[in-house]
Ligand binder design. Structure first.
Ligand code: ZN
Length: 412
């Protein structure tokens, strides 16, 4: 089978999608359900319609675009990723898997291939945790790991609830219906930039992902006592930010001494209240992210951080509230899909290596209802979640060609 990926068309679509943004180019900001996100989704749906796919959106906003020549409704071969983007990020994270997935389907159509199983593109809603503090919202609901009542309780930083926000965005069906029926997908493959430096450094075209690391997210609220920055002397202070500062270093230490080289710990959010230079911080909200491919090491690091938090707050006479926002288990890729990916790399004459995904992806949740695997392409310097995120046309084209071949093999 000869496959001709139209990389010019795809590159132009990636650029067009990047224009739906609330940040100055080259930065991209596309927060879920924002105007930019809504417009981007509409544009994407039109593109799928124009490509002859039948599209639908569910009650949350997940977008499905199906190529069905056989009329079967279950056992589809799925591919896709997300298009939401964290503040001031780049244009390739997620989007390469969505528009690249669409291009893979168009390439197969063009080649004259006839699938026995439906092939479906899925653009997940709300993969990034930016708005609701929880990543992979769409895929969590699709696989049933997050129930409608739990989703309904979610609020954004403004205090607006998920049901109100999604309804205002035009998604009005019952959230109970988002969960996919059993057997909906026979396989799911996600194309994504690596978000790390290994493929580029080793001059390897593609990464076949055999497992996804297990992330945990903690929220910590520290409460001390505020006051005038000039008037309150140091021994009398209960400065919440100093507790947060100490805890941040404890996060670094817990990751460094976990015993696993794969443990990483990050304090990515630290809100100081009241937030004025002449006012002692009386409260701090922090969010901490801890990951490893080993659940044991990850959970041990989390436990050590919680223990440090209690000790620091006792010493500094701060009140503390901690909650675990999520602590999901890692997943292993489906062997048949991994095999199909390897064969597709060989058929396309591309080098590949087996890899672990250290970042969080919707495939982690799709693994609960179907065999999954991921395909990585290199990105420059391993940069991601920043405006200079970049993947070359050649690398994207390689990924799309191998994805197309893999989808064909799984749908045959
Ligand atoms: Zn992503």
């Amino acid at each position: 089978m000869k496959l001709e990926v139209d990389i010019e068309r795809l590159a132009s679509e990636l650029d067009q999608l990047a224009n739906f943004s609330e940040a100055e180019p080259p930065a991209v900001t596309r927060i879920v359900y924002s105007q930019a996100d809504q417009q981007a989704r509409l544009w994407l749906r039109n593109l799928c319609d124009e490509s002859g796919l039948s599209t639908r959106v569910d009650a949350l906003g997940n977008l499905f675009a199906r190529w069905d020549v056989s009329g079967h409704s279950t056992g589809a071969v799925g591919t896709g990723s997300h298009i939401d983007a964290i503040p001031h990020s780049g244009r390739y994270d997620g989007t390469v898997g969505v528009l690249g997935g669409l291009e893979a389907i168009r390439t197969l159509k063009q080649s004259g291939f006839k699938p026995l199983r439906p092939i479906e593109l899925l653009a997940f809603i709300s993969e990034e945790p930016t708005r609701f503090g929880i990543g992979c919202l769409g895929s969590r609901m699709l696989c049933g790991s997050l129930k409608a009542d739990q989703a309904s309780a979610l609020k954004d930083k403004q205090g607006d609830s998920l049901p109100a926000i999604r309804e205002a965005a035009g998604f009005t069906g019952a959230l109970e219906d988002v969960q996919l029926p059993p057997g909906y997908y026979n396989a799911f493959v996600e194309l994504h930039i690596e978000q790390g430096p290994l493929l580029e450094r080793e001059h390897i075209a593609l990464g076949v992902v055999e497992g996804i690391a297990a992330p945990a997210a903690l929220r910590v609220h520290l409460k001390g006592s505020g006051g005038h920055a000039g008037a309150v002397l140091m021994p009398q202070r209960r400065d919440a930010f100093l507790g947060a500062a100490e805890l941040s270093l404890a996060v670094e230490a817990a990751a460094l001494k976990s015993g696993s080289p794969d443990t990483v710990g990050t304090v990515g959010l630290c809100d100081i209240y009241p937030g004025a230079a002449n006012s002692i911080p009386s409260a701090v909200k922090m969010e901490i992210d801890v990951r490893d491919v080993s659940l044991t090491h990850r959970d041990a690091a989390v436990e050590s951080i919680l223990q440090s938090a209690r000790q620091i707050c006792e010493k500094r006479k701060l009140e503390i509230e901690t909650s675990i926002l999520n602590a999901d288990a890692p997943c292993k890729s489906g062997p048949a899909i991994v095999e199909a990916l390897k064969q597709a790399c060989e058929a396309e004459n591309k080098t590949y290596k087996m890899m672990i995904s250290r970042a969080y992806h919707d495939s982690l949740f799709m693994a609960r209802i179907a065999p999954v695997a991921m395909l990585f392409i290199p990105c420059r310097n391993g940069y991601s979640h920043r405006p200079d995120e970049y993947a070359s046309r050649q690398d994207i084209a390689n990924g799309v060609a191998v994805l197309a071949r893999t989808l064909a093999s799984l749908a045959s």
